[in-house]
Write a protein that binds this ligand. Sequence first.
Ligand code: NAP
Length: 463
Amino acid sequence: MKRIILTGYRGTGKTEIGKQLAQMNGVPFLDTDTLIEQRTGRSIPDIFHEDGEERFRNIERDVIASLPPADIVIGTGGGAVVDPANMEHLRKDSSLVLLIADIDTIEQRIVRSPRPPLTDLPLREEIAEMMDRRRQHYYASSDLCIDTSETTPAAAAEKIAGLLKTGVPTAAARAEGLAFFRGGRIPAPSLQRLEQILADPPADPQMRILGVAGYPCAHSRGPHLFNALFDEFHLNNFYTFFEDPDIGRIMSIARSLNVKGLSVTIPFKQDVMELLDEVDEHAAQQIGAVNTVVFSCGSAIGYNTDWLGVRKPLVSLKGVKAVLLGAGGVASAAAYALVDLDMDVTILNRTPEHAKLLAQRAGCRWAAWDTFDSIRPDLVVNATPLGMEPDERSPLAEEQLYPDLTVFDLVYTPPVTPLIERAQAKGCKTITGTGMFVEQAREQFYLWFGIDLPPETLRKYIP
Ligand code: NAP
């Protein structure tokens, strides 16, 4: 039996349901808060009072790192999932079950608990505030999501055991999903895996699918990268291709297969937005595009991690004078990142009207393409496809480059583009498109699994 880990806010029933579930499976139940009290010989309120929350979190991290690897049900403290190091341990060879409940129910269940408050707010408001702050983390800690508001612990345990045994998608949904994948251009090894995952009965009912949604997307590096990471981190997931001209069909299949997450690529980054239950504020506001979907507790939530992929390699250049070449989808995420870093940004684009529209949305300048030399920026970011294989052109000539210029080419095929080659020859500092790809994929992994990967770990799997 895989480890079953129960996550969720206080009062959602982790301890009672965990005990029942353990009994049904004939395995022990461990509660991380009880283990902390046993290890320290003190109550949780005493640890909070005497040593503060940080000390408590450190002990909790040690306790989680030393949990047994199999044949056990584990209940976790309400805040444990916020720490990426905890998530790395909890996710290993385990099924994570998120328990949720409405605020009235939680309030009733914990009102007499001696546990210390985490904010200065009255109890009910604290519950709402903390659940909201932790929601992304709870969703990243849910392979299954069970609402315990109107159910007994025994009934909830039965439901969890049943779903772990059969999987969430119905046989009809699996058959429809398989027909969808068979109709697409999926490499044979991927299709073979999907045939096992979606068989009736499924080979592993707890396996959850993720994938890249695009048309076309058969060239995507996502499957190679993420499946290698799933192996390295012992995650029970499979990443594949959702290639179809209709994003509505992709989303419908993804929902019925209880897919865990999607990377969204051309041409669906805008169209997918109206098919989501919620869109993160960064993606919804100036960027206007979604490249990542997280499915949890019946909702599909959209995020944009492209802007973080541009922002992270540039944090040391806060406030500099920047030129952004291009005004398409990726340029829109890049403009948001550069403005967020307080840079003085000018957008140059082949079609000036597109530059103007993006500049208005992003709150920066725009100008004609041939004004680059007069601007003499500290940073130039290429967000056009110029230089993307098989194109061998560079958006800038060698004589336009100078040693104190940083050149960030978002194009990542080939890894060293004609622009990067010229910039290196001129002694510029250079950042390749792989830098962006790594950081945006790292953020996706964090949204789906709550694990913060070191960039070097991702780079290992990028050719
Ligand atoms: P897009 O929405 O089609 O936008 C392309 C932009 O480039 C538009 O502003 C377009 O100008 C301009 N452009 C196209 N051809 C041009 C040419 N021949 N000369 C000058 N400008 C030209 O594409 P996108 O989704 O933003 O992708 C742009 C590039 O970003 C891709 O090629 C890809 O290599 C790279 N990318 C990198 C990552 C990463 O993780 N590193 C992720 C995604 C994309 P008009 O307005 O005049 O059409």
